[in-house]
Design a protein around this ligand. Structure first.
Ligand SMILES: C[S@@+](CC[C@H](N)C(=O)[O-])C[C@H]1O[C@@H](n2cnc3c(N)ncnc32)[C@H](O)[C@@H]1O
Length: 243
């Protein structure tokens, strides 16, 4: 099993290359339609944003975003969900993306400028140590990222810290159905491709609950083409209102 440092380095190199090439790991814009992105949303964004979309779900569609809210996207990549969130929360709200891959952040910042977004911000940083104050955001979203993180408990406890009391978490990710031997664990390429770090669905939900979240539930799921036993879920959870 590679060390956490080796895994993060491999993940960074992989997504750096994709950012420089303007490519997604997961197919063309057709793959976004299969995930449920509406034609209307896709038409609002440029090809440069869509070509690099690397999600495995559609957290924005299920986040019920309201005008004026502050939204944080963990592992924002090329920024697709940040841009869609920014349109939903409007000029009184804000959408913030955090990503550890410099080339991704640079690319997203250039697109934000070109598309004239004034309510988005892309920060370079690790989601296990978020560069944000306690209780500073209304909603945390993430799309196909936590599986890449060796210390998932730390990532969810950071999401919990930065959420305001009563705030919500909507996360799409790859998990496995039931406990299964994951033969990819030693393969750094399989980590970067969102397979080796995928954990059992039940364990995933437990880590979120253990971070302090309540009402943790899977609100959508879809198959992925292969390998058998892996699938994509969208989980919703809330930070208790009294905290
Ligand atoms: C599969 S891509 C998904 C990108 C984006 N969410 C989307 O839907 O297009 C994974 C992204 O997560 C970022 N990432 C992985 N681990 C991270 C970590 N520990 N902290 C911050 N970003 C991370 C990678 O740099 C990459 O941009």
């Amino acid at each position: 099993m590679p060390s956490a440092r080796e895994i993060k380095q491999a993940v960074k190199e992989h997504y750096s290359q994709l950012a420089q090439q303007g490519r997604s790991c997961c197919g063309d814009a057709g793959h976004l339609e299969l995930l449920g992105y509406s034609q209307e949303d896709l038409a609002k964004l440029s090809d440069e944003v869509l070509s690099i979309g690397a999600g495995c779900g559609n957290p924005i569609a299920l986040a019920d975003l309201r005008e004026g809210e502050i939204v944080l996207d963990l592992g924002s990549g090329g920024g697709i969900d940040v841009f869609l969130a920014a349109q939903r929360v409007g000029p009184r709200g804000r959408a913030i993306g955090v990503d550890m891959t410099e080339a991704m952040v640079e690319r997203a910042r250039i697109r934000a400028k070109k598309l004239s977004f004034s309510n988005v911000e892309f920060l370079l940083g690790e989601i296990e140590s978020l560069p944000l104050a306690d209780a500073s955001v209304d909603v945390v979203i993430s799309n196909c990222v936590i599986n890449l993180v060796p210390d998932k408990a730390r990532a969810f406890s950071e999401a919990f810290r930065v959420l305001k009391p009563g705030g919500r978490l909507i996360v799409s990710d790859i998990v496995t159905r039931g406990k299964r031997a994951n033969f990819f664990k030693g393969d750094l390429r399989a980590w970067a491709s969102c397979l080796a770090g995928a954990i059992e669905d039940k364990e995933y939900l437990k880590i979120i609950s253990d971070a302090g979240f309540e009402r943790v539930e899977i609100i959508a799921h879809s198959p992925i083409p292969e390998p058998a036993g892996f699938y994509s879920v969208t989980v919703r959870a809330f930070k208790p209102a009294g905290l």
